[in-house]
Design a protein around this ligand. Structure first.
Ligand SMILES: Cc1cc2nc3c(=O)[nH]c(=O)nc-3n(C[C@H](O)[C@H](O)[C@H](O)COP(=O)(O)OP(=O)(O)OC[C@H]3O[C@@H](n4cnc5c(N)ncnc54)[C@H](O)[C@@H]3O)c2cc1C
Length: 418
């Protein structure tokens, strides 16, 4: 009996065991997945909790409910992987041997990595929304907030869902307007990037949306510490950004067990081949989802598209054949922009987000880099799709590889619409 072990029953791990259980004979393959608890969060929903759009019970379900028969679910904390011995140890001393290992342990916010972030103002005037508790605490703080400086801040890249801080800022602007107090609030967006986003065309577009909303952007800002007494972000180049309410995205890091196992880079991300997701150290280890170092967004959509490629490759590998699938870094993210509108971006390793229509040329119905109501409805519909189609590993009518169909490159003379 061969053993496939998956670490992490989040977005990527759950899709993988669902898809592979159907395709690997139960008589030949034992599949086990490990996670620390039985609560599967819908993380994109955390964006909406502070504004009361979603209720807490709408953003989590039992992990068990999404794991198929024939998959062992082990609840426990991974302590380390011994890649040479093909063995995983849990913190309670249990061991799990494997023939193939998939690390799908994601990435987490680490407020402990910035001096002062967890100081006396944490959860008083300093909040995050990348965790359930943080988003809930922020919801209470926002209810009380009626004037002053609201600062949205990214500590460093990469972070999961790199557009989430922008979305929060747009939603805050709209929410303050609806409450009639926008003119009493100074809204500031503080980023380590030179502009609003990582890629130039989207950055220019999103930057002008911030300008239109009178949101001040403090760019190239690398926080050195947070002064809790003065309520101020202080950068390495000694710039100071005061706040009344700080909504920060702490440094994101891969799991600590990755570092303890000698498998990670300086942020605990696992170096892999960017097309096959195979570890550069061990041929029987793969890192899928946010846990790897691939140079694309850390996002559920990336987990989804890359799982499609990984599953086909894995079936080839275990039959002794070369892996022929090549993941292209495809990412597809809705960006809420407030007032029941949103944008969509679609890109990969080689192509930055471009304007146009998606998935069909001209008709869409989604607009790329364009604020539409259809995009907002798409974002809201995504929660249902996540629970009912993506996690169970059902077929989605979206190709894993990015397509140029419908995209228009403003820097080129011809439009790529066919
Ligand atoms: C606020 C917010 C908004 C987002 N919005 C979007 C969006 O609109 N679109 C989009 O595509 N993506 C979005 N994302 C990102 C998306 O949720 C993640 O990229 C996706 O969940 C990554 O999947 P994953 O399987 O790699 O990691 P996860 O789903 O995070 O799963 C990792 C799992 O590993 C487990 N684990 C980690 N360490 C251990 C250990 N030591 N022992 C046992 N178990 C362990 C964790 O408990 C977790 O269940 C958003 C994220 C946030 C926070």
């Amino acid at each position: 009996m061969k053993r496939l072990l998956v670490l992490g029953a989040g977005t990527a791990g759950t899709m993988i065991v669902n898809k592979l259980r159907r395709r690997l004979a139960a008589t030949d393959w034992h599949i086990t997945v490990v996670d620390r608890d039985d609560v599967h969060p819908y993380q994109p929903g955390y964006l909406f909790l502070p504004f009361g759009t979603y209720k807490p019970e709408q953003v989590s379900r039992s992990r068990h409910a999404f794991l198929p028969d024939g998959v062992d679910f082990v609840i426990g904390e991974v302590d380390r992987v011994d890649g040479a011995a093909d063995l995983v140890t849990l913190t309670d001393g249990r061991t799990l041997a494997y023939d193939y290992l998939v690390i799908a342990s994601g990435t987490s916010p680490r407020p402990d990595q910035t001096p002062g972030m967890l100081g006396s103002e944490w959860r008083r005037s300093i909040f995050d929304f990348f965790t359930f508790d943080g988003a809930q605490a922020l919801a209470s703080a926002l209810k009380e907030f009626d004037h002053g400086r609201l600062v949205v801040h990214i500590t460093d890249m990469p972070i999961k869902c790199p557009v989430a801080p922008l979305e929060f800022t747009f939603l805050a602007d709209s929410w303050l307007r609806k409450r009639g107090i926008r003119d009493r609030v100074e809204l500031v967006y503080v980023t380590p990037l030179p502009g609003a986003f990582t890629k130039p065309i989207a950055s220019a577009h999103l930057g002008s949306m911030l300008d239109e909303r009178k949101i001040h952007v403090e760019s190239d800002f690398l926080v050195e510490h947070i002064d809790n007494e003065k309520k101020m972000l202080v950068s390495f180049d000694e710039r100071e950004v005061p706040f009344d309410l700080l909504v920060t995205i702490p440094l994101n890091m891969g799991a600590d067990f990755v570092a303890r196992s000698g498998l990670g880079n300086e942020l605990n991300y696992i170096p892999v081949d960017r097309h096959t997701l195979q570890s550069k150290q061990f041929a029987n280890i793969f890192a899928v989802g946010d846990s790897s170092d691939i140079p694309t967004s850390k996002a559920g959509s990336v987990a989804h598209f890359s799982v499609e490629i990984f599953v086909d490759n894995f079936l080839q590998l275990i039959q002794g054949r070369p892996m022929t699938g090549a993941f292209d870094g495809h990412a597809n993210c809705f960006i809420e922009s407030g007032d029941h509108k949103g944008l969509l971006i679609d890109f990969n390793y080689d192509t930055e987000p471009l304007p146009g229509a998606y998935p069909l040329p001209l008709v869409g119905p989604m607009g790329l880099l364009k604020e539409t109501r259809a995009n907002h409805l798409g974002k809201l519909a995504f929660r249902w799709i996540y629970w009912n189609v993506l996690l169970p590993g059902r077929w989605m009518p979206l190709p894993a590889h990015m397509s140029m169909i419908g995209k228009k490159n403003p820097n080129r003379t011809e439009n790529l619409i066919t």
